[in-house]
Structure formats: C-alpha cells, structure tokens
Ligand binder design. Structure first.
Ligand SMILES: Cc1cc2nc3c(=O)[nH]c(=O)nc-3n(C[C@H](O)[C@H](O)[C@H](O)COP(=O)(O)OP(=O)(O)OC[C@H]3O[C@@H](n4cnc5c(N)ncnc54)[C@H](O)[C@@H]3O)c2cc1C
Ligand code: FES
Length: 497
C-alpha cells in the first residue's frame, strides 16, 4: 500500500553515512514534518544540525497523511475545552494559526503549490448536531470565525455542518522536499538508515544508532511517539491507525476539505491530478487503535465501497494507511523531557492534526532551544510534562493492561508447525512463549511475538501484512523488522518446528 503522495512525488534524498566521532550541536531524530521543520529552523538559526532517519524522509505519518492544514479540526476544540481553560484553548488555536501561517509563507516563498479551501465538519445524523454546535461554540471561544452552514456540496445527505473559510491543503512530500532543501542549504546533514536505539544523557548526549554513534549538545525526538523515552510519554498517547485512498472520479468534485463528526469517520479532500488535468479525490477513515482490529482488510475494502457508492464511476488508484498519536490530556506534548536537564526534547501527540501542530512544535522548540522568548501561545500550552490528563491516561493505561493480559494468556493455543495461508499470520505458543508465524509472497517466517518495546504480544494486520503491537503501537514487518512506534529493535527470528 503506497500513498498517493509517495507514489506521485517520492523523496529521493540520499543522505550522508555517519562518520566515526561525529558530533552536532543538535541532533533531530525523525524526518517527518516535525523533524524536518525543526531541523530546518535550527539550521537556519546557525546551529550545526544532524537529522537522523531510520527509514526514508516522510516514510511514516507525513508521507501517508491527508495533509489538510486546517484550524477546524473535527471535535478537537470542544474536547480540549472540556479539560482546559479558555486561555489554553485560545493558545492551542494561536499555535495552530502560527503553524499554518508559517507553512503557507514557506510554501509560497519556495514555489510549492498549495490551495486555499473551506474546511467543513459535518454530521450525518441528528445526534451529531449537538456535537457540531459544541464544536462551533468552542472554536468561536478560541477566536475562530466558524459558522453553521449546511450547504456542503457533498453528494450524500448531511444532517448539519459547520465551516471555516480560507484553510490550506497541500502535497506533503513536495513540502518535505522543499524543507529538506532548505535544511541542507543551511549546512544541515541528513543521515538515513540510522535508527536511534539508545540515548545516554551526561554533559552531552550520546546517541547509539543502527548506523553508528554520535554526540550532541541537545536532541529532539521527532519520532512520532517518543523512542528511548524513560519518561514514559508513550503511555499517555493512544496510537490510532486509519486508512486512506485516492480515486479518479468522473465529473466535478466538491472543493472543500471535509471531516465527519460521527462514526465511521470520513475525511475528504481533492488534490490536483499529476497529469494537471482536474482533481483526484482523497478519502480517509475507518480508524482503530493500533493492533486492536482483527478486520483491517475489511476496513480498506469498506472505504473503497463507500467511495464508489457516493462517487459513481470512482476508480481507486492508491490505498494506504498510517497512524498518529492521541494525547491523553488532549494537547500535543512538546517540550523538554524532565529527566534530561534541558538536553532532550519531544514533539508528538497531534491527534491527526500534525500539519499545523508539527510546524508550531518546530517554532516552539526553536524558541526553547535558543533560550529566547517564547511566542505567547507556547508559554500557555506548557510543556511535555503536563499531567492534567492523568484521569484519561488511566483509561488508556487500563486498555493497555487488558491487551497485555489478553496477549499473554488469552485466545486459543494454536499450532505453529503448519505454515499459514498466503497473506495470513498466526500467533501460537512454544511452551509459554508466544511465536508469530506468517506467510507473505510464499515465504513463511517465524519470529518472537513479544514486542521488543515492553513485552506486548503482537497481532497480525492482514491489510498491511505486518505485526502490530496493541499496547503502544509498535509495528514490525512479517519478518520482524521495526516499522514504527516506540520499539527500537527487531523481533528476533525463531525456529518454527
Ligand atoms: C491517516 C492519517 C491522516 C492524517 N491527516 C491529517 C490531516 O489531514 N491534517 C493534519 O493536520 N494531520 C493529519 N494527520 C496527522 C499528521 O499526518 C501527523 O500528525 C504528522 O505527519 C506527524 O508528523 P511527525 O513528523 O511527527 O511524524 P512522522 O511523519 O511519523 O515522522 C517520524 C519519523 O521518525 C522516524 N523514526 C521513528 N523512530 C525512529 C528512530 N528510533 N530512529 C530514527 N528515526 C525514527 C520515522 O521513521 C519517521 O520518518 C493524519 C494522520 C493520519 C494517520
Ligand atoms: S509498543 Fe509498547 S509493548 Fe509493544
């Protein structure tokens, strides 16, 4: 499954191998939007910056997003207002506005195309109307001119909708390419194929990676959920995976950016076709907590069926999937990790609204690392150590606990002696030890089923042919290599017999 973005504009950055004894002022780990923006801002400000990436630039969430940079964000504003003061809500809106403005300015100056669009949140049944109204009220309290307007132009019935004009959509890998060019032109160095495995914080920070070791004065973990994190921030983030597709559709398409407030979630937007001839429709939805859905294949097919139902003649050209992290306290986690004496920083927890939040995180980290004055919104939003979400965190941790017990002690004890059918994976046991066996493209692999992060038992993701951990969202290939999440080492291979 390759996204429309990575298929139409792959990023062919080569990077530089790590050399022995390498050192930087700041090492940014992770080359998604957070990492590339932060690295570019820091390099621009005169720091010696190294950007480490385990896979490819944009390979994880940013290359698989739907790239709406909008301040109308589903039901997020009312969710934040329920837990926080009006001042915090306004700071969140200001942060996102600052992120959106910076991004629009950058794209315009660097000739990267983007489109201004009206953002809509709509309800498909009457029950959603109250939530829409709550969201409109919270958005207005945050200073956004959100209005009720049911004339969405969508081809299916909606019970009601709210809208915010003049939002932004773009092609995320084109944007990453331009940001990366900015980074390297300011002297930044990109290292690909370097997975951070461990950090040691002393007078400086020692980073141990799969591509070699290096030293830095400060480190930014822009890895989605934080890796090598003794602060346990992964425990207050819920990993949420969802699906997306691109389709060629005959005739005119609705030109807004849309998100349903009710379930199943549907996210829609258009993007210019690469042929330059008309638009392509993008549809997203059918999300779930990572590793906790047995029907991933069905969710992909269901999105196809829904698209063909409401957009007759649609031909699906690309299907993909990605995950982002929902923070327990409702606000992104951006700032210094408490145990690191101002040396290690994180930026995560965007709740699927990273296009504006990642840029805001970069701006905030620039101010924090420079020791200069923060923008007003940054001081109000607080730091990564915010504990106001602990009651919700307890709920997240409760779900994790149930999954941990289910993985180790639940389910049937299956034999792993026979190879599973093509495209299938099963978890069986050797003694007490869970073993994960799969067959992909005729190759049967047996690996430990115990996640190398903190011991969750992985489950098979049929749609993506991967092993996914239901505890904190680590994912591994069929033969055990880390794809994403907080794990930093592969699942070891085991004998099947
Ligand atoms: C389906 C979907 C649709 C979305 N749509 C929207 C949208 O329309 N609008 C919006 O605002 N937001 C959207 N989002 C959210 C947005 O895409 C993300 O919040 C954003 O891309 C996160 O960027 P990031 O740089 O923090 O993470 P990522 O892009 O995931 O980058 C993290 C990078 O770190 C690397 N990495 C991880 N661990 C290590 C390690 N140990 N060592 C080295 N490198 C490592 C990874 O390989 C990866 O490249 C969506 C998310 C999903 C899942
Ligand atoms: S991701 Fe934490 S135990 Fe697997």
């Amino acid at each position: 499954m390759t996204s429309f973005w990575l298929a139409t504009r792959p990023i062919d950055a080569t990077g530089t191998p790590l050399s022995a004894g390498e050192s930087a002022d700041v090492v940014v780990v992770g080359a998604g939007l957070t990492g590339v923006v932060t690295a570019a801002l820091l390099a621009r400000s005169g720091r010696r910056v190294a950007l480490l990436e385990a896979r490819g630039v944009g390979a994880v969430a940013t290359g698989n997003t739907t790239a709406k940079a909008s301040l109308l964000q589903g039901a997020l504003f009312s969710g934040i207002r329920r837990r926080h003061s009006a001042e915090v809500l306004r700071a969140y809106a200001d942060a996102n506005r600052a992120g959106q403005d910076w991004l629009a300015g950058f794209l315009a100056t660097h000739g990267v195309p983007y489109q201004r669009r009206t953002a809509w949140t709509y309800a498909t049944d009457r029950d959603g109307i109250g939530r829409l109204e709550g969201e409109r009220a919270a958005a207005v309290e945050a200073g956004l001119p959100v209005v009720r307007d049911d004339a969405t132009g969508l081809p299916f019935p909606v019970a009601g909708a709210i809208r915010l004009d003049d939002q932004l959509q773009f092609h995320p890998t084109m944007a990453l390419d331009a940001l990366l060019a900015e980074f390297t032109s300011c002297g930044g160095v990109l290292h690909l194929g370097c997975r951070l495995r461990r950090l040691r914080v002393g007078a400086r920070v020692a980073l141990h990676t799969s591509g070699g070791d290096l030293m830095a004065d400060q480190v930014v973990l822009a890895t989605g959920t934080p890796v090598a994190d003794r602060g346990g921030h992964f425990a207050v983030l819920e990993p949420q995976r969802s699906y997306a597709l691109a389709a060629e559709v005959p005739g005119e398409l609705p030109q807004g950016m849309y998100l349903s407030i009710d379930q199943p979630t549907r996210s829609l937007r258009t993007t210019p076709a690469v042929t330059g001839d008309g638009d392509v429709l993008l549809v997203g939805g059918n999300g779930h907590v990572v590793g906790r859905a047995a029907d991933t294949r069905h969710r992909v097919d269901d999105l196809d069926d829904w698209t063909r139902r409401w957009f007759p003649g649609a031909e699906v050209t690309h299907r993909w999937s990605a995950q982002d992290y929902a923070p327990a306290a409702g606000l992104p986690l951006v700032g210094g990790l408490p145990w690191t004496h101002g040396r290690v920083f994180v930026a995560t927890g965007y709740h699927k609204w990273g296009m504006t939040n990642a840029v805001a995180a970069g701006l905030r980290l620039l101010a924090q690392l420079d020791g200069g004055s923060h923008p007003g919104w940054a001081s109000v939003l607080g730091s990564a150590t915010d504990v106001t979400g602990w009651p919700t965190a307890a709920r997240l941790t409760g779900g994790v606990g149930i999954e941990a017990v289910r993985g180790w002690f639940g389910g049937e004890v299956r034999s792993v002696a026979d190879p599973p059918a093509e495209g299938q994976g099963v978890v069986g046991r050797r003694g007490l030890r869970p073993v994960a066996v799969s067959t992909v493209e005729g190759r049967t692999c047996a690996v430990s089923a115990v996640c190398t992060h903190l011991g969750g038992v992985v489950t098979w993701n049929e749609a993506e042919r991967s092993w996914d951990c239901p505890l904190h969202g680590s994912r591994f290939t069929a033969d055990g290599r880390v794809l994403e999440g907080p794990a930093t080492t592969d699942l070891p291979g085991v004998e099947r017999g």
